[in-house]
Design a protein around this ligand. Structure first.
Ligand code: FUL
Length: 693
């Protein structure tokens, strides 16, 4: 009897222990996010606003000598910014409190180069205060960008500057309530005004700022903040290595906490990194970060913004989308329209999760326990999850939609509090009695969305083909997103022949040549046509099967290039720079800087500016960063009409537009002084001029 009782007890304890070990949650694997990173990740989408003195000078980077009198945003309305961001579905706003020019948008003890000495509100204004209040009113979080590089400060480059810089950080983190993120730009050191010194000041960006004490102060002042810093100075979040709005398809939220950070690590993360440093995709709603009137018709379209959405939020990153503020202090209506259009598209795309309330079954369920079964992945609760036994590193989950259902998007989420685990997965759909693979992908993380052409199927099979350890999936979604056509691209070659095209399959195009808005009643495109000389061409794509039209693609062309000649050059590829095709580039490699490009326009024109598009492959050398432009009537007497830097051209290689006083000339000479690699190559995707009649 005694023996039986003892045996029974042992059995009971054994059963409890055995049972528990099978139904306890998986252990965390590798680095995991802290609470601040978790809160930040769940924000998903928030705004940048770029606003500074260079808003008033049409520049990308101010030099530091811009006149304070320029700053007078008479209609400044931070509530307009907040309203737009809120309606766009964003969760916060990060403002350039100080950009590289050193101008402070708040009154500061550290410099006279601030709002305090501008005509705006007689020096009594404080943009940060107004934004903090507007964010509070609209339920948005406030974030702050303070540029480490300061092209105005007399002490930049010396130890004294670090004291002033820390003081600035202290001010912005003390006086404006909770700040969710602080942003330290990676552009650091170079030429600047520096209080009249007008010189080049180089710093060692790994040591000069002595970040650790600064980080400590920041965390003391704002315990809930996340710190963004690029490259080697890592903090809580990482840059993705491009400003074009996408992170790698493979995207690990991990990096190594020490050592050099190469581009690939920023873009893809590190599968076996030892620190949790997730990715933030930062990009502007227009080509450039600051407001330039010439970009009013270059605002990204809804399809472009949706593409960015899928390549950022849909790839385990957050999206930081920038609005350039106009000189009057407002967001431009075109930008508002695009951001709200994107919000509608996101809402429409993800309004109905077809997997919710469907039947779901997994190949393995941890301890056979209900709390970890397949339904937990589709229950619309991110705190519950499907998990497998510890020994399992590949598993599948089948969602039965019950009837043939049309869809084209799949979303999966890992429960990242336990680490990022899944390395790869496939997606199959069950149609006409067979399984067909529709997608194959790597990494999931917080959120991964896959796009594929619409299918009509009854079941979806999600197979994790490889995982670091047992997978833990907290969310799965199946959606039927509306299709958005992209605006067609309109290019013109040297002979004046215009081609309209798109990457979408099936649409036809309609266009106008008189600046009016194209409709399906406009001229139909049947193939390349001739339209030489100054022209504005607007085109739309129309998909006859869905009846949908695209946004308008606009191309503005200046005078004919038919008679243009590059002088002193025999290389046959030189013609690439006038072919209208931004993907083809010509390089001059056989010269030493300064490298000249001399063009004979064939006739005399009243020239008021020029445009330069660098090689669109940022890995290529030859992206000109500093230049001079000369013009001449006779190829003998030259007049310098423009010169300086193509600011930020390395990270954002968009069209560089420079205006100057109208000068009649037949020849132009673009002189490359430096490129972004520091070698002697001068490259050009396109070169163009701006003329007046
Ligand atoms: C860059 C800066 O140089 C740009 O002007 C902009 O602020 C962007 C967000 O970061 O590196």
């Amino acid at each position: 009897m005694k023996y039986t009782l003892q045996f029974g007890m042992v059995l009971l304890v054994g059963m409890i222990l055995f049972g528990c070990s099978k139904t306890t949650p998986p252990d965390p694997f590798g680095p995991v996010p802290d609470e601040n990173q978790m809160r930040w990740q769940e924000m998903e989408y928030y705004a940048f606003v770029h606003f500074s003195l260079n808003t008033y000078t049409d520049q990308a980077w101010g030099f530091g000598d811009e006149d304070l009198k320029l700053f007078n945003p008479e209609e400044l309305d931070t509530r307009q910014w907040a309203r737009i961001c809120k309606e766009a579905g964003m969760k916060g706003i990060i403002i350039t409190a100080k950009h590289h020019c050193g101008f402070c948008l708040w009154p500061t003890e550290t410099t006279a180069y601030s709002v305090e000495n501008t005509p705006w509100k007689d020096g009594k204004g404080d943009v940060l205060r107004e934004l903090a209040e507007a964010c509070e009113e609209y339920g948005l979080k406030l974030g702050i960008y303070v540029s480490p590089w300061d092209r105005n400060h007399p002490d930049y480059g010396k130890p004294e500057y670090i004291t002033a810089f820390r003081k600035q950080i202290e001010e912005v983190l003390t006086n404006y309530g909770d700040v969710f993120e602080i942003w330290f730009d990676g552009a650091n050191g170079g030429d600047g005004y520096y209080d009249g010194a007008n010189e080049t000041r180089k710093i060692d960006r790994t040591t000069y700022y002595d970040w650790q004490p600064t980080y400590k102060m920041i965390r003391e002042l704002q315990p809930n903040i996340v710190i963004w810093n690029d490259g080697g100075n890592r903090a809580d979040l990482r840059w993705v290595g491009t400003e074009e709005g996408y992170v790698g398809e493979t995207n690990w939220s991990l990096l190594d906490s020490t050592g050099e950070v190469e581009w690939g690590m920023l873009h893809f993360g590190l599968a076996d990194g030892n620190a949790w440093v997730p990715a933030e995709v930062n990009t502007s709603i227009r080509p450039e970060w600051f407001y330039h009137p010439a970009e009013d018709d270059k605002v990204k379209t809804v399809p472009q913004l949706m593409d960015t959405y899928y390549k950022s939020i849909g790839r385990n990153a957050t999206l930081l989308l920038n609005f350039p503020i106009m000189p009057n202090g407002l967001i431009h209506p075109n930008d508002e329209k695009a951001a709200l259009g994107m919000a509608r598209a996101v809402n429409e795309s993800f309004a109905v999760n077809l997997a919710e309330n469907a039947k779901a079954e997994a190949s393995n369920v941890r301890g056979n326990a209900d709390r970890f079964n397949a339904l937990k992945a589709i229950d619309d609760d991110n705190e519950t999850y499907w998990a497998t036994d510890d020994s399992i590193t590949n598993a599948s989950l089948i969602i039965d939609l019950g009837k043939p259902t049309l869809f084209n998007r799949f979303m999966a989420q890992e429960f990242i509090r336990l680490g990022q685990r899944v390395k790869s997965f496939t997606l199959d759909v069950y149609m006409n009695g067979d399984w067909t693979e529709v997608a194959k992908a790597t990494t999931i993380g917080y959120k991964r969305i896959i796009r594929f052409p619409s299918v009509e199927a009854t079941k979806v099979r999600f197979t994790i083909t490889s995982s670091k350890c047992c997978p833990v999936i907290s969310g799965i979604g199946v959606y039927n997103a509306p299709v958005f056509l992209t605006a067609p691209s309109v290019i013109r070659n040297k002979l004046g022949e215009v081609t309209i095209s798109t990457n979408d399959i099936g649409p036809v195009f309609y266009y106008t040549l008189d600046g009016s808005e194209p409709t399906t009643a406009s001229k139909k495109y049947t193939g390349p046509f001739n339209a030489d000389g100054k022209k504005v061409i607007k085109a739309i794509a129309f998909d006859p099967s869905s009846g949908k039209t695209s946004p308008v693609g606009i191309a503005k062309f200046d005078i004919s290039k038919k008679n243009w000649k590059i002088l002193n050059v025999t290389d046959g590829n030189a013609g690439f720079i006038f072919d209208g095709n931004t993907a083809t580039t010509w390089h001059q490699r056989d010269k030493k800087m300064p490298v000249d490009l001399v063009v004979d326009l064939g006739d005399t024109y009243k020239i008021s500016g020029f445009r330069y598009l660098p090689d669109q492959n940022k890995w290529s050398s030859g992206i000109i960063s500093h230049y001079k432009l000369f013009v001449s009537k006779n190829n003998n007497d030259w007049q310098r009409v423009s010169g300086g830097e193509f600011s930020n051209i390395k990270n954002n290689p968009v069209w560089q537009v420079k205006h100057f006083n109208v000068t009649p000339a037949r020849y132009i000479r673009l002189q490359a002084l430096k490129n972004t690699f520091g070698d002697n190559v001068a490259g050009y995707a396109e070169v163009d001029i701006i003329t007046i009649h």
